[in-house]
Ligand binder design. Sequence first.
Ligand SMILES: *[C@@H]1O[C@H](CO)[C@@H](O)[C@H](O)[C@H]1NC(C)=O
Ligand SMILES: *[C@@H]1O[C@H](CO)[C@@H](O)[C@H](O)[C@H]1NC(C)=O
Length: 429
Amino acid sequence: MANQSLGALTWWRKWAKKNWAIAAVGFSVAVFLFPFISNSWRGVDSNVNQPFDGSHSIDANLVDLTLLHNAKDRGALCLDGSPAGYHFQKGFGSGSNNWLLHIEVFTSFPSKSILNPLGSSKYMERQVPFSGILSRDPAQNPDFFTWNKVKIRYCDGASFAGHPESENGTGLFFRGQLIWEALMDELLSLGLSSAKQALLSGCSAGGLASLIHCDDFPKFLPKDATVKCLSDAGFFLDEKDVLGNQVIGSFYHDVVQLQGVAKSLHKDCIARMEPHKAGFILLLCLFPREIIKNIKTPVFLVNPAYDFWQIQNILVPEASDPHHSWQNCRLNIDKCNPSQIATLQGFRSSLLEALGEFQKSKEGGMFINSCFVHCQAWMPSTWHSPKSPRINNKTIAESVGDWFFNRNIVKQIDCPYPCNPTCHNLDFT
Ligand SMILES: *[C@@H]1O[C@H](CO)[C@@H](O)[C@H](O)[C@H]1NC(C)=O
Ligand SMILES: *[C@@H]1O[C@H](CO)[C@@H](O)[C@H](O)[C@H]1NC(C)=O
């Protein structure tokens, strides 16, 4: 068993540089998220098509893709060299000067090459529905429905933290940091420059990006603006897999090396690691556990304790289960045996332990529910609906709103699986 997985790991590390870049796109969950997306996509369809204002009109709230206007000049390019893009919907009424940015890892397109929406704007949907946290329907999005909203398309493979100096020889474009800067300038010209309140959010690798850029974001905004960050399913743990291998650790290591990510990491975190200076140490500053120790901007963490992406890719990657004893469990939490459940509870404990200090912070907020899901902010069925997952009878939308507007201190931690009947655990079997 150990031999086989070692073999797998060696093979994994022998990959050519270019394959790593492609894997980095995979890190954007294109491959793994597909069944989930296609399922939830149907869910979203039926939800966003509900009447918007009590009338019988259908409001899918589709928003056009905009390619960055000066992408070529600014070098703001996706992995394949196509211009980066975003979707923008103008705010109204009391939300005219408020901005919600959401970095979304979204695709309905399964692919292992960079020729997909997570590596190229050529393949991005020209219109996407704005739902959940991006919805303009007060019933679906009670606190932010009037705000200006931007869905930022993820196409750089490294959470907007790549640098072109590392492109050499790959035939790919590592422009994450340049995309981020060009995008900020374009949004400033659209009105972000007079923002009164702003929330930088994102899911999965986009949730990680929102943490990486959290302290940088307020620098673009007026000094008196209220600025906060939300990471949805972006709290990746540096845990070993079930065989004791550092799969996610080596993966992150290679993404950091490949794309020159260190330059975009939090300076204070890097400085904290400096005395140790071992090769892999800067890598720790790419893990939220360390990032949140240095962020000064208020942060809210939404994360399921049994995040299926982390279970399927960090705790039990396919290659770490050669005898398929985890096959059912990693696809459906209700099919885990008692010893597997114990392992999952250990994973949850690691998450709570990583959040220990943060939990004591005054300005931080969290919603750690015990569901087998991944991103929860952009789907109406998980963000805010009569059937949404709740902790202490609050939906995620209500909890985030309470935190953003200082209505309440929000440190919601669910009881362990299977105690919460409001979860909709996903089933990939
Ligand atoms: C870039 O690639 C060329 C040719 O492969 C090589 O000679 C050069 O040393 C590389 N430069 C860097 C900075 O890696
Ligand atoms: C839960 O909240 C809803 C409103 O969101 C309310 O109608 C209901 O009475 C609450 N239930 C409990 C048990 O407090």
